[in-house]
Write a protein that binds this ligand. Sequence first.
Ligand SMILES: [Zn+2]
Length: 130
Amino acid sequence: MDKKQAITKHVKKRFKQRFDIECNRFVRRAIIKAIQNNECERISKTSCARSVYKAKVGDKQMNVVYDNRRKKIITCLYIRDEADQKECNHEWVEVSKDTAEAVGIYHAGNCYHVEICKNCGKDQAYDSSG
Ligand SMILES: [Zn+2]
C-alpha cells in the first residue's frame, strides 16, 4: 500500500468511526470540490500544506483537515460546540499528534495524549508518563 492509499484508508476509517459515514470516492470528491469552490468556511491554517475546513456531509457538520498540496482529505473531526459542553456526557476519543496539531491543539509527543469529545468537540490533554 502506498502513502496515498494509506491516507484514504485512514480517512474512511475515521468517517465511519466518528460520523458513521461511508466515505467513498464520491463523498470525498464532493467535499474536495466544495473546499476548492470556497463553499467551506476555513477554520485554521496550521502549515502551508494543511488547512481545516468546516464541511457538511448529509446532515452532519464536521471539521475536515485537508492537504492542499496532495489535494486530499487527511481526516475529519467533531466541531467544537461551546453551547453544548455544559450538558454533555463527554465521550473521549484519542486523536493522533498530526490530527491534534492540524486543529491547533498542542501535542507534546510520546507520553502525551489528546482526546476530543465526540459529542461536543471539547478537547483535553494529559501526560501519562508522570
Ligand atoms: Zn462532550
